[in-house]
Write a protein that binds this ligand. Structure first.
Ligand code: 5RP
Length: 223
């Protein structure tokens, strides 16, 4: 059921893709459905190329026949399709449960349009209950942990490293009254390379709830 909704949201976003586009591919189980849908459209003749926000998504895209470019050679992306862990009606999102938030934010920033795809479990009145992933230079682990703790977070170290060779600290806040201030503080903390607060990047969201897809647009329109 949840997978059906992920697939429906993904297919709705993939319908936005036009011939000749360079498409940004996010990361995660919902994006997997988008990659599969895009692969079907590419096999049917749609001429697109993609950049990926993770090694995993690049491999999945290549496996379905999508030509994947190295993002290091790319400055602009037409449309990026990505998942989220939480998204609210203002299109503020928390991302990064899959650990790809640094590359995801870079690709989102390079994109003319960035759309989130999600099942209804991700839709919240206001972001903040999900743990906030923070990508950290390993050298700065203890320093950043102390800074996050001082900001009121309960911090856990995630096992393993990101595609960039860094670590992830998951910061859980009892509440998130001022996400913009927190994002600014994190952006200004040496050793923090990225975090999962996406407050301005998302242009639209396709959210599927029990088979019905709703599109939310930044600025208010929906359909
Ligand atoms: C990875 C992400 C994912 O897009 C987010 O965690 C949602 O994943 P899923 O679709 O598997 O629930 O931000 O860094």
């Amino acid at each position: 059921m949840q997978d059906d909704d992920k697939r429906l949201a993904a297919e709705a976003a993939v319908a936005e893709v036009r011939d000749g586009m360079l498409v940004g591919l996010g990361t995660g189980s919902t994006v997997r459905f988008a990659i599969e849908a895009l692969g079907r459209r590419a096999a049917a003749g749609l001429g697109i190329m993609a950049v990926a926000t993770s090694i995993d998504s690049a491999a999945k895209a290549a496996a379905v026949g999508i030509a994947v470019r190295n993002f290091a050679d790319v400055a602009r992306v037409d449309l990026t399709i990505d998942g989220a862990d939480e998204i609210d009606h203002r299109l503020a999102a928390i991302k990064g449960a899959g650990g790809a938030m640094l590359r995801e934010k870079i690709v989102a920033a390079a994109s003319t349009r960035m759309v989130v795809i999600a099942d209804a479990s991700k839709r919240v009145a206001a972001i903040g209950a999900a743990k906030l992933p923070v990508e950290v230079l390993p050298f700065a682990r203890s320093f950043v942990t102390a800074r996050l703790t001082a900001l009121g977070a309960a911090v856990t170290d995630r096992d393993g490293t990101t595609d960039n060779g860094n670590i992830v600290l998951d910061a859980r806040f009892a509440s998130l009254p001022d996400a913009r201030a927190l994002a600014a503080t994190l952006d200004a903390t040496p050793g923090v390379l990225g975090h999962g607060l996406f407050l301005t990047e998302v242009d639209a969201a396709y959210i599927a709830d029990d088979g019905v897809v709703t599109r939310l647009e930044r600025g208010g329109a929906s359909g």
